[in-house]
Design a protein around this ligand. Structure first.
Ligand code: PLP
Length: 378
């Protein structure tokens, strides 16, 4: 297998020794022809599976027509996507960008404009991205500390502890930023009661409640937005990963009742709303239907039920096809062993395995993955 070993890339990732060439559905094929069952899906991105025909055709059509015109003009895929997302949300305006961290940056700036307050209340253990604003709101000291000083007046409360949330709020807090399920932070699920409490605190204090659904959105948990399970709609939502099935896109949705705070010049992105990415994202939104969401629930339940029986497993958490398996041992060697056996999985912290397969994963593919996991964890 020929691998790139020269230091051509900054070493921001500890890459596994595999070079992938193509993918189809839940399968990836490496340079040496070896096939891998992909239960990482590009870190919860390729929801419809690799090279799904619908976004593929939509992107191809758009590539033949128009790649880029800038945000000085209108393009129809961007408008079509905003319409679909507004409908899914129940009335919202969209800002498009290129990644999750940019969507979070947009939310932080929007909340400042809308409330006139600069403070941020986020949660311990959270992950919101790598740019300086999103990093400042990330509740993991190991990621923040090397880059301090970051934004001032960012406070952290404990997940699923409404008293901690109330104690952490400040007069200057303009945004309460919550992942409905903390993905990178270990797959910790926010309870409906906690999300309700966050909405109540936001209402009482005039801060905007923002759900960071970069990882949980676009069907990953069995509903289009994860907050639908709890029935607690936020004022702001960030989306990215799964939205265009692997083409770069990010989005901030602003609920209609708090829209209108940005004026031209307040924010922007050269590539935001790119026609090819938006065309693919429209096809993704159209494919996330009741049948697909039912599959997410069914396959997720199967994984959880079987994994919970294994002796090395301390707890299985998550919703739909965002599954965290807390183990009694470090995950790193197990991830390598799974890969050697042809299964790609992720970690979320030192002792949590994370499974985020494509949402279209079949009974048979879940069975194959379980065979490997039972062998490796047994
Ligand atoms: N927010 C959440 C909840 C995420 O899980 C991530 C990435 O994992 C981000 C933000 C950052 O997204 P990106 O890597 O696209 O910038």
């Amino acid at each position: 297998m020929t691998l790139v070993t020269a230091p051509l890339l900054l070493p921001t990732y500890d890459r596994a020794p595999v070079t992938f060439e193509r993918g189809k559905g839940v399968w990836l094929v490496a340079e040496d022809g070896r096939r891998y069952l992909d239960f990482a899906a590009g870190v919860a991105v390729v929801g419809l599976g690799h090279c799904h025909p619908a976004p593929l055709a939509a992107a191809h059509r758009q590539l033949d027509q128009l790649w880029h015109a800038s945000n000085l003009y209108w393009t129809s895929p961007m408008v079509a996507l905003a319409e679909r997302l507004s409908e899914r949300f129940g009335g919202a305006e969209a800002f498009f960008c290129n990644s999750g961290t940019e969507a979070v940056e947009a939310a932080l700036k929007y909340a400042r404009r809308a409330t006139g307050r600069h403070g941020v209340l986020a949660l311990e253990g959270s992950f919101h991205g790598r740019t300086l604003g999103a990093l400042a709101a990330t509740g993991q000291a190991s990621k923040r500390t090397p880059f301090e000083p970051l934004l001032p007046d960012v406070c952290f409360a404990r997940m699923n502890d409404a008293d901690s949330l109330r104690a952490a709020i400040r007069p200057e807090t303009g945004i309460i930023l919550v992942e409905p399920i903390q993905g990178e932070g270990g797959v910790h699920v926010a309870t409906p009661a906690f999300l309700e409490a966050a909405a109540a605190v936001a209402d009482e204090t005039g801060a905007l409640l923002c759900f960071d659904e970069v990882q949980t959105g676009c069907g990953r948990t069995g509903s289009f937005f994860a907050w639908e399970h709890a029935g607690v709609p936020p004022k702001l939502v960030t989306l990215a990963k799964g939205l265009a099935n692997g083409l770069p896109i990010g989005c901030l949705l602003v609920a209609d009742d708090v829209a209108g705070a940005f004026v031209p010049g307040d924010h922007g992105s050269t590539f935001g709303g790119n026609p090819v990415a938006c065309a693919a994202a429209c096809a993704v939104c159209d494919a996330i239907d009741t049948a697909l969401l039912a599959n997410v629930q069914e396959q997720g339940d199967r994984l959880v039920a079987r994994l919970a029986e294994l002796p090395a497993v301390v707890e299985v958490r998550g919703a739909g096809l965002l599954v965290g398996v807390e183990l009694d041992r470090p995950t790193a060697p197990l991830i390598d062993a799974c890969r050697d056996a042809g299964l790609l999985v992720l970690s979320a912290g030192e002792r949590v395995l994370r499974l985020t397969p494509p949402l279209i994963v079949s009974d048979a593919e879940v069975g194959l993955a379980l065979d490997v996991l039972v062998e490796v964890l047994g």
